[in-house]
Design a protein around this ligand. Sequence first.
Ligand code: ZN
Length: 73
Amino acid sequence: MSRPDEYAGDMRWGWQCPRCEADVSVDRDHRSETFRWKCPTDGCLAVGIGFSSRRRARLALREYRKAYQNVYR
Ligand SMILES: [Zn+2]
């Protein structure tokens, strides 16, 4: 089965919370000069900090998502 929405999903990889699918933004932490992402949803504890670049934060978020989904399956 082909999924035409999959491509659009790829365009957004790394930007959604692995747990609740909320949009997650990557911010720069000016104190430590690193990047971090944090789920904006109250009660959702998904977070990643200390990345050296925005891209690394995205990759980490994607890995987190993969790991989480593997556990969930
Ligand atoms: Zn979340």
